[in-house]
Write a protein that binds this ligand. Structure first.
Ligand code: PAF
Length: 276
């Protein structure tokens, strides 16, 4: 695996490749990321992983400073997963001057759910993803479905800007007890880690109810939220939405629903979702 820290070096190496496959990450790689890397190899072109903790998508007071940076271990994992190139720029490379232009996703996509809880997050995310697309010029890019809203926004951005990039969503990878893998799971203490799978269990119950024909979504969301709250969680949202645009489903819906949740255990904010 070649490691690149400059845009010029990466571009020189990739010049002429029309089949580059990109997997952007913020590092501290776990099995969820590595499954995406292995999936990326199926598309045939050189696989480029990126590791960059993007300050723009963190709000003041969030975990930008303490976000785990584990480059050496990450390199070992990427090599084992068969990744061809790692692009690991520093901030000076990505933002040699303060970013003046931004990608501002519309409020109905970025002001709801996670965007309501973290204003500006998706603007920072979309801006760096657009920069990575311009730097790497991939044919295909992969993103995990665990960040469901992020994936939807990226798909819409690619469509609206006519970017010739195929966007692929990778399935969420879970621990044996159901907890969705996330770099932020490392913040949990032993008791919180034991409690954490309840988020997945709660979503599983909502999905089972919907499949049984219970379509009183506000009630299902409330019951699920109450159960989490009574076990010490601080719930940001539990939401049954249309998969395609994450808007409220019509009263009579056909199919294509997803249940999304964000909730805190102590100071750690976990997100998860399940398609119905
Ligand atoms: O999902 C992430 O890790 C980040 O939001 C991304 C897509 C790498 C942009 O910084």
């Amino acid at each position: 695996m070649q490691i690149h820290t400059t845009i010029a070096g990466l571009r020189d190496t990739l010049a002429g490749s029309s089949s580059t496959v990109l997997v952007p990450t913020m590092g501290n790689l776990h099995e969820g990321h590595l499954a995406l890397m292995r999936q990326a190899r199926q598309y045939g072109g050189p696989v480029v992983a990126t590791i960059f903790v993007n300050r723009l998508q963190f709000r003041p007071g969030e975990d930008f400073e303490r976000y785990p940076r584990t480059l050496e271990a990450d390199c070992g994992h990427l090599r084992a997963a068969g990744v061809d190139h790692l692009f690991a720029p520093d901030e000076g490379q990505m933002y040699p001057r303060p970013q003046t232009f931004h990608i501002d996703p519309p409020t109905d996509q970025a002001g709801i759910l996670d965007g309501a809880a973290r204003p500006g997050h998706f603007r920072g995310m979309a801006t760096v993803v657009m920069k990575l697309f311009q730097i790497v010029r991939p044919h295909t890019a992969l993103f995990g479905k665990k960040d469901y809203q992020q994936l939807m926004i990226i798909r819409n951005m690619v469509q609206d800007f006519n970017l010739p990039i195929r966007i692929v969503g990778g399935e969420t990878v879970r621990a044996a007890d159901g907890l969705a893998l996330s770099s932020r799971n490392g913040y949990l203490d032993a008791n919180q880690r034991k409690e954490a799978p309840r988020l997945f269990e709660a979503l599983t119950k909502v999905v089972a109810e919907i499949r049984r024909g219970n379509h009183d979504f506000p009630l299902l969301e409330r019951v699920c939220g109450d159960e989490l709250a009574s076990n010490g969680w601080k719930v940001d949202y539990i939401a049954v939405r249309n998969k395609i645009d994450l808007q409220l489903p019509p009263a009579v819906h056909e199919s294509g629903l997803v249940v999304l949740a964000a909730a805190r255990l102590g100071s750690t904010r976990l997100i998860d979702n399940l398609e119905v």
